[in-house]
Design a binder for this molecule. Structure first.
Ligand code: F6P
Length: 357
């Protein structure tokens, strides 16, 4: 009878609980294993005794629709460079290997983005941990998987925001700018921008010119469309290519991100009233979309099946309508930007959306 553990690491997103639930149900109902949940990512394994809870069918039954992760997470918890309260840095990775053995684990399922997955891979390699990983990130920038857990919900939320802004923009004849997350990739912005009827989509992968944005606004005004919806990805730079924003949300709230910069520049070239909305962490939380629940459930089941086959150091991925598995090292090697000549970009241009030059 195997004993496995599950942890969630890195920023939260919708669908994590659906993945935990699926893995737990598969492990208990199909294989008759024991399942432990590790609290607050690898930090839970560094504590003595480790912070774990037993996951039962009863415990996971009602978590399918819950946002976030009921196990907790951490993204400052790199055990190879662990920050102590006095500011010094210590390598605490051995404690994790020790916890894995003390708990009598046969395998660990790590749910994370590329950063967390590469740390888990190193831990597994150095401390003999049988690891299987599940990709999650609202940014959808893990190259080998078409979908990561969390992306669809984030796109739904950004699309709904555009739908709502639409009415205010039209009622007030305004330019409304919606700034969305995505880290270095523009997948959320371009997907929600198309789905939500944006007129301008700005993503880090494609440079733009202010003249062309202002021309687009003026052209719409000439055609009788008195408002303009702009969606911009947080990592978009200034027109001159200077980085303006950072991934730290609290600094962004203080200094203002790319949305504010664009609003100032639009005010210079066009008299239209402009307002900015930074969507922020609303994109990460809340009830997971059906698509995220489906993907997370498929990944959870597949991860447990990999353990049953003793196939370790693998990440599950969604490719061509099915779940496959690949070596973790291949999975984290490549980051996936928006393909500027791909179908999604072509669709945006085909609709007459200004997507940069
Ligand atoms: O990677 C997920 C993500 O939400 C990014 O889109 C964003 O840039 C970042 O995390 C925000 O991180 P934090 O929650 O630490 O502010």
């Amino acid at each position: 009878r195997k004993r496995i553990a599950i942890l969630t690491s890195g920023g939260d997103c919708s669908g994590l609980n659906a993945a935990i639930r699926a893995a737990t149900l598969r492990a208990i109902n199909h294989y008759g294993w024991e399942v432990l949940g590790v609290q607050r990512a690898t930090q839970g394994l560094m504590n003595h005794p480790p912070d774990v809870v037993e996951l039962t069918v009863e415990k996971v039954n009602s978590i399918l629709t819950m946002g976030g992760t009921f196990l907790g997470t951490a993204n400052q918890g790199n055990p190879f460079a662990f920050k102590l309260p006095d500011g010094s840095i210590e390598n605490r990775s051995a404690a994790i290997g020790e916890a894995y053995r003390t708990l009598g684990l046969d395998a660990l399922i790590g749910i994370g983005g590329d950063g967390s997955i590469s740390i888990l891979e190193k831990l597994a390699e150095e401390h003999g941990i049988n690891l299987v990983t599940i990709p999650k990130t609202i940014d959808n920038d893990v190259d080998v998987t078409e979908w990561a857990v969390g992306f669809h919900t984030a796109v739904n939320i950004a699309t709904e925001a555009l739908d709502r802004l639409h009415f205010t923009a039209a009622s007030h004849s305004r330019v409304m700018i919606l700034e969305v997350m995505g880290r270095d990739a523009g997948h959320i912005a371009i997907s929600a921008g198309i789905a939500g009827g944006a007129d301008v989509i700005l993503i880090p992968e494609i440079p733009y010119s202010m003249d062309h944005i202002c021309e687009k606004i003026a052209q719409q005004q000439r055609q009788g469309k008195n408002y303009c919806l702009i969606i911009v990805s947080e990592a978009v730079k200034t027109e001159e290519g200077e980085p303006i924003t950072c991934s730290n949300a609290s600094e962004k709230a203080r200094y203002g991100g790319i949305g504010n910069y664009l609003a100032d520049r639009i005010a210079e070239c066009n008299g239209a009233e402009t307002r900015v909305m930074v969507l922020g962490h609303l994109q990460r939380g809340g009830i997971p979309s059906p698509m995220d629940r489906l993907i997370a459930s498929a990944f959870g089941v597949a991860a447990v099946d990999l353990i049953a086959q003793e196939k370790f150091n693998r990440m599950v991925a969604w490719q061509n309508r099915q779940v496959i598995d690949i070596p973790i090292l291949d999975a984290i090697r490549q980051y996936r930007p928006v393909d500027r000549e791909g179908t999604v970009a072509k669709t945006a241009r085909g609709l007459g959306i200004y997507l940069g030059d």
